[in-house]
Ligand binder design. Structure first.
Ligand code: ATP
Ligand code: MG
Length: 405
């Protein structure tokens, strides 16, 4: 068994570059520390476009620790790829010995089940003072690998090798690895401004949350329920969904808002056809006020054009008109099936698909309006006495669900 002492991380895109680079790198390493909190005594080092992780005492990673790393790294936005490998001084003799020794055990294992194994070697040399060019180093290392095996046992395959030997040579270190694993890409959560996510128990809003975090925005969440017309399960479901999404960031808060007092007034005073749009405008207004209070500059929804009656262009226009705040709608142009694919991938689908009543369906009209005009909605809202006061009271009664770090 080869023992690995280092995880080398390669970043993806660096948002906005320039001054933002340090914000990016700080968020990246902070998120990494949080995701790897179950691996003890880590030291994270960052030098010129590379980040690497070691134990403080330089000891090797155990098998369990490597498993934890593989489970957690796909949640580290900003990470393009990473490798678990061996880091040591950048000296050719040492590189030769380590490649010879580790490739021997790696390839021998594969040869237990077959008569021949293909391999390829790739050297990246950023230290231009290093005595060998990348090509020359590759030739020497190919010799190191071959020296342990017969010609029949080992073949070269540069396109699709069964064993890939990677080597990076920099001023600070040499690094040998056998695998390049994918990260999720994107920008580190926290490297862009934070946003307030309107989250329901449905399939779409958790996916919208994931996509926005992937662009660097940390999230807090607000959900609307209609207690006692919706059951406690409606709230529990959203609490569970946010728990999953929160794995990608420093835990965001969840604001629990009871819309029922407003919905009753809508039921008793307004035209039935417009109920859903009236709810949605109230949700936006309440969310805007909460966002301003906690200094968030945008709202986020899981709306997609034409998916349901409230998401026609006409109705979205009317909903949009209820607030001046920027509303992010990352799913606008997506098909439901593609949204479901992501929801599987981020493991929210199983919870989202549970059938639990949603706040929007309380007193839902039999045939909701698919087109509406702003003035018509304003007429309906004028039928509710003290509209603003009603919303303010609802805001005062918001409860906050906090998640443990
Ligand atoms: P989802 O699957 O996200 O529930 P949906 O297809 O059911 O979306 P709508 O019910 O029209 O569509 O909701 C559109 C968006 O409005 C949601 O994605 C969410 O951002 C917000 N929203 C709807 N209902 C609620 C709610 N009860 N609490 C918070 N936000 C909500
Ligand atoms: Mg919904």
């Amino acid at each position: 068994m080869i023992e690995f002492n280092t995880i080398l991380c390669r970043y993806g895109e660096i948002g906005l570059k320039g001054n933002n680079r340090s914000v990016f790198e700080k968020s990246f390493t902070r998120n990494m520390k949080s995701l790897l909190r179950d691996v003890q005594d880590l030291r994270i080092t960052r030098i010129r476009g590379r980040v690497w992780i070691k134990h403080k005492d330089e000891s090797c990673f155990t098998k369990e620790e490597c498993e934890t790393v593989k489970k957690q790294m796909p949640k580290l936005f900003g990470l393009e790829s990473y490798s678990i490998g061996i880091m040591f001084e950048p000296e050719m003799g040492k590189i030769y010995d380590i490649v010879k020794e580790t490739s021997k055990s790696f390839i021998s294992e594969k040869l237990e089940n077959k008569s021949s194994v293909s391999f390829a070697i790739r050297v990246r040399r950023s230290n231009k003072a290093f005595p060998l060019t990348s090509k020359e180093a590759e030739i020497e290392l190919a010799e190191a690998v071959s020296s342990n095996f017969t010609e029949e046992e080992l073949t070269v395959n540069l396109d699709k090798p069964e064993v890939f030997v990677g080597c990076e040579i920099r001023n600070e270190f040499a690094f040998v690895y056998y695998d390049k694993l994918s990260g999720p890409g994107g920008l580190p959560t926290g490297s862009n401004s934070p946003v307030l996510s309107l989250i329901s128990g449905g399939i779409d809003s958790p996916v919208a949350a994931y996509m926005t975090m992937k662009r660097g925005c940390a999230l807090d969440f607000i959900t609307f329920h209609s207690s006692p017309y919706t059951p406690q399960e409606s709230i529990d479901k959203v609490v569970d969904l946010v728990e999953i999404i929160n794995q990608y960031q420093r835990r965001g808060k969840l604001f629990l808002c009871n819309l029922a007092p407003f919905q009753k007034l809508v039921r008793d005073n307004c035209s039935e056809r417009f109920r859903t749009i009236l709810y949605r405008r109230a949700m936006m207004r309440i969310s805007e006020k909460v966002a301003l209070k906690i200094k968030r500059k945008a709202l986020l929804t899981g709306e997609a054009i034409g998916q349901v009656a409230s998401q026609t262009i006409d109705n979205m226009n009317v909903i949009d008109n209820s607030t001046d705040m920027l509303i992010l709608r990352p799913l606008l142009g997506m098909d439901k099936l593609d949204i479901i694919d992501i929801s599987y991938k981020i493991e929210t689908f199983e919870i989202s698909k549970l059938q639990v009543p949603d706040s929007c369906t309380v007193f839902a009209p039999a045939s909701p309006a698919t087109t509406s005009k702003i003035y018509r909605l304003e007429e309906e809202e004028a039928k509710i006495e003290n509209y603003d006061t009603v919303l303010d009271e609802i805001i005062e009664n918001i409860e906050i669900h906090k998640y443990q770090e």
